[in-house]
Design a protein around this ligand. Structure first.
Ligand code: SAH
Length: 441
């Protein structure tokens, strides 16, 4: 027969635990978290159980009399209940009569005879008793449990505690990242979520971003958004490549904007997934403005920008004490000197801080020349990180004087980040230390 699963609300109710070893150490914190008045009967208990013993209400430490009544010194104020239980330790062996007054009993000593005696007393008194040593002889079983927010799950796997814990972990993980509740949850979001997908590794999206992605009806994605995340979506989620939206006006951005509005009007929740952070050279704000004009609610979920993550993944700190107190993030999609450029290249040439250049691959010759012309030394260390955080990540090391030729020779392709400044040496220093330690254990 399958067991009948209950959620016991133990606030302020007495639970007797007989035994102070490893099993008690696992069970007591959960009972206290449920607000129970736990009475622990054992000649000895583990140090972590000792830490949990309440020192309030005059029943400090081991109750002297050894009588259960001693545990009752001072009734617990009602307002205390539910705010976490309390633990009283009776430092002695189990005695017949200890089950009196308990709503629940845990027989968790390492002596089967004692457990059997406790269970027999509980049975006679019609109190539920859990035996840790003998599932068949136990009136009740403890499920593997976990709580996420307001949801508590309990799993019994036919007496196989390992399997139960494994299933519990899977359910808890699924609740945490919302892949479980997904699209059928009560709190289905509306409108558009503009989600930063991070630099490429699917593990580097935020928890919020993943939750929303799991609830999407439609996902409009960019070339740089982490592709692997899309493979996890249920088959009926519409995934649209923003570059290939098949209708509308000619300018791609207008088409994307119209597409977002149209789908939300059809009652769908749309996730607009972008690489990195949506507001760092991602045109995210244009989409937010467009939705705002059409009365569409938008949630913006920040992302880890490649501007910091790609250097970081390559071991390059964008700031370092004693080296630089600033880093400048620059879009180099327009070359220095181009009338369309709004970047103050002379100032960047004079500045001492780290430069992080995005979209610079095709224009690196012009960029390096400009920086040297405006004051940076040709010896300034430079690193180029291609496909940062992705399986194909690679780093090229150069100087401002050599970087253009070296990138050309190495065949560096976008997406890549160019980091200019002395912080690049910090990464080299770390590498050298590691290499030395490898050689010289
Ligand atoms: N919103 C994005 C940036 C978009 S601009 C973000 O915050 O990361 C596109 C540029 O970002 C690329 O040309 C490249 O310079 C950089 N980039 C994006 N992902 C990258 C990655 N995984 N590795 C290296 N550079 C990357």
């Amino acid at each position: 027969m399958p067991p009948y699963l209950l959620g016991l609300r133990l606030g302020g109710r007495r639970v007797l635990v007989v035994g102070g070893g490893r099993v008690a150490q696992r069970r007591v914190p959960a009972l206290l978290a449920a607000g129970a008045d736990v009475v622990l009967v054992a000649p000895e208990i583990t140090p972590s159980l000792e830490d949990l013993v309440s020192t309030d209400a005059g029943t400090a430490g081991a109750a002297a009399g050894g009588e259960i009544a001693a545990a009752e010194a001072g009734p617990r104020p009602a307002r205390d209940r539910g705010a976490g239980g309390r633990l009283t330790w009776l430092r002695r062996a189990y005695e017949k009569g200890d089950c009196r007054g308990a709503w629940l009993v845990q027989a968790v000593t390492d002596d089967a005879k004692v457990n059997a005696a406790v269970a027999a007393e509980a049975e006679a008194a019609r109190v539920w008793c859990v035996r840790a040593d003998d599932a068949d002889a136990s009136a009740a079983w403890t499920p593997a449990a976990g709580t996420v927010g307001e949801t508590t799950v309990g799993v019994l796997a036919g007496g196989d505690p390992r399997r139960a814990a494994g299933i519990r972990d899977a359910v808890v993980d699924g609740l945490r990242d919302a892949t479980l509740e997904a699209r059928h949850s009560r709190h289905k979001p509306v409108g558009v979520a503009l989600v930063g997908g991070g630099p490429g590794d699917p593990g580097l999206i935020t928890v919020r971003g993943r939750q929303l992605l799991a609830q999407a009806d439609v996902v409009v994605t960019d070339r740089l958004a982490p592709r692997e995340l899309l493979d996890e979506l249920p088959a009926d989620v519409e995934v649209v490549d923003a570059a290939k939206i098949p209708y509308g006006r000619t300018v791609t951005q207008d088409r994307i904007n119209d597409y977002l509005v149209e789908h939300v009007r059809q009652g769908r929740f749309v996730v607009r997934l972008k690489g990195g952070d949506p507001f760092v050279f991602g045109r995210g704000a244009e989409e937010v403005l467009h939705c705002a004009k059409h009365g569409i609610p938008v949630t913006v979920v920040p992302g880890i920008t490649s501007a910091v993550a790609a250097p970081s993944a390559a071991g390059i700190p964008v700031t370092h004490r004693g080296v630089t107190q600033e880093f400048h993030v620059v879009s180099a999609h327009v070359a220095p000197g181009d009338p369309a450029s709004t970047v103050d290249w002379p100032a960047l040439g004079r500045a001492q801080g780290t430069l992080v250049l995005l979209m610079a691959v095709e224009r690196i010759t012009l960029i390096a020349d400009a920086l040297m012309r405006y004051g940076r030394s040709p010896d300034t260390p430079v690193a180029v990180v291609q496909d940062g955080t992705l399986p194909g990540q690679r780093t090229l090391s150069a100087t401002l004087g050599t970087v253009a030729a070296e990138m050309d020779a190495a065949g560096v392709r976008p997406p890549a980040i160019v980091v200019v400044g002395d912080v690049v040496n910090v990464a080299r220093e770390i590498d050298t230390i590691r290499a030395d330690m490898g050689r010289d254990p």
